[in-house]
Design a protein around this ligand. Structure first.
Ligand code: 8X3
Length: 272
């Protein structure tokens, strides 16, 4: 390769590379709290129209009102939906999914923190239904529409638990490993359709996550984040936005994001 002169290289490095999301339409699951809510705010600020999916309708109504206050021109639809409901596909079909440019497949949970032999199979079912069956089904339905128009972005919320298995978290880790495997395959199957499939895998994020995992025990949830600066939902939303704003020839396959003080799920430096 001939040696290139410096000037065009500098020009190319300086070029504005962020894609505009203005006028796009996103579908965000689990939009009523945490990462789903934060990413909805970020997308709204970029001028992206929104389909907000969650179980808690009152919160979606409030969120819609706030988002329209921030960006009055947006089209925002709220969809009250339990993603584990077997009929939820009909609800999703009722919105014009062909209009969805961006899927943020975020709804997920951890239920319980116990050794396999001591854990509750009801907790297993909750995690398997939400994190696996529902997440797969939503990606399938939306991706099938994206394939028809040969464009679209799927961002799926995974976890560091997709990379490590830790004790007391067997089923949660298994569900996140499954999400990773499924969406890696989806990426391969949709390459030829101009579709991007991206994964964001957070470590410790201080949201309702631990309160849900510990069945409402706020003190136990607080102790998870004691002595560290955990991530917040906005940190993760920022990474999702960054991935989506890359030019279309770039697919950020996975962003693994942890607090500086967390090396892996069990190696955490806590301030004395
Ligand atoms: C949540 C992160 O470390 O609790 O997905 O598994 S962790």
């Amino acid at each position: 390769m001939d040696e290139q002169s410096i000037k065009p290289l500098i020009g190319s490095a300086l070029a504005q590379r962020r894609l505009s999301l203005h006028g796009k339409t996103a579908l965000v699951t689990g939009a009523s709290s945490g990462i789903g809510l934060a990413v909805s705010v970020k997308l709204a600020m970029e001028g992206c129209n929104l389909n907000l999916v969650a179980r808690r309708k009152d919160r979606l109504i409030e969120l819609k009102r706030e988002l329209l206050h921030l960006n009055p021109g947006l089209q925002i639809k709220i969809i009250e939906l339990d993603v584990t409901n077997k009929n939820c596909g009909n609800e999703l079909d009722s919105l014009n999914a062909t209009d969805v440019d961006i899927l943020v497949n975020n709804a997920g949970l951890a239920a319980g923190f116990a050794k396999i032999v001591e854990s509750n199979p009801d907790d297993w079912s909750k995690m398997l239904e939400t994190n696996v069956s529902a997440a797969f089904e939503i990606s399938r339905r939306v991706a099938s529409k994206m394939i028809l128009k040969n464009s679209g972005d799927v961002v799926v919320l995974s976890s560091v638990a997709a990379h490590y298995s830790y004790d007391n978290g067997a089923v949660y880790c298994a569900t996140k490993h499954a999400i990773k495997a499924f969406h890696e395959a989806l990426r391969l199957e949709t390459l030829e359709h101009g579709i991007r499939v991206m994964m964001v895998s957070p470590g410790m994020v201080e949201t309702e996550f631990s309160v849900v995992r510990f069945a409402g025990d706020q003190n136990r949830a607080n102790s998870v984040y004691q002595g560290i600066q955990a991530l917040d939902a906005g940190d993760i939303a920022e990474s999702i936005l960054f991935a989506l704003q890359q030019p279309r020839h770039i697919n950020l396959d996975e962003i693994i994001i942890k607090p500086q003080q967390q090396g892996n799920p069990w190696k955490v430096y806590r301030n004395p």
